[in-house]
Design a protein. Sequence first.
Length: 278
Amino acid sequence: MVATTETSQEETMSQQSGNRAVLGPFTAREVTLMGGAVLLALAALFSFGRTRGDFAVVILGLLAPLAAAGGYAWRRTRGRARLDLASFSLDQAAAVVSVTALVVAIGGMGGAGSVVQFFSIVGALAMCVATWGSLWVGVFRADFADTPEVPVLTRDVLATGAGSSFGTATATATATQVHPGTGPDAAASGRGVTHPDAPAVPHTGVVASAGQPGGDAAFWFAVPTPRPVSNRANGSLLFTAEPGAWWLAVRRVPEGLVVRHDDGREGLLSDTTELELA
């Protein structure tokens, strides 16, 4: 027997993350980094033509910080949990940019005047605090998923508790509770062959489990049509979830469901409409 309960999207988001949006959909950490990048860019523009290292100033003091800030804005507004640049996560790349920008601000903008250099140093320090400071500053660390086995700057970012573009407060998600004696064993990995006698429950929209805070409890589901499951790092096809079998969702993320294959591979199922819950 399966019991389903309706919970508001706002409650789901507040359970999923302890961070909150402070300006539009952006968190305090994102606002700090983007503000620092804008300050750096303005200082670099005012210093252009008055320093000996104009090329380094333009690349490291203007373009790279703005690119990092743009990546943060795109990731948040598109509802992505992560964005990878080659072998680096976006946060790792931004951390490298912040350090190089600080070096340029200290050593390369002296000829632009003390005021310009001061603001460039402040902007670079703001970016450093928003990236490296996430290791120690609690309000910044709250942006990331609670996965202690993964370095902070390589973790997925969480949806914001308010003002998030990941969903609206009026939307609802269905939470499932599987009672003893029904459904596959969630501790097993991979795909089942045929579910026992428990009826499937059709569901439209993104599935959230009520078993644990944030919808992280594993649950089983089936798909009505073949659905691609992609590699979360690069978006390439990992495997296809086929109808007629039960699949294990190990956790819910803002982009969809993390699904485990019977061979141990885990990928992202983005299309979570019309799923049948075990």
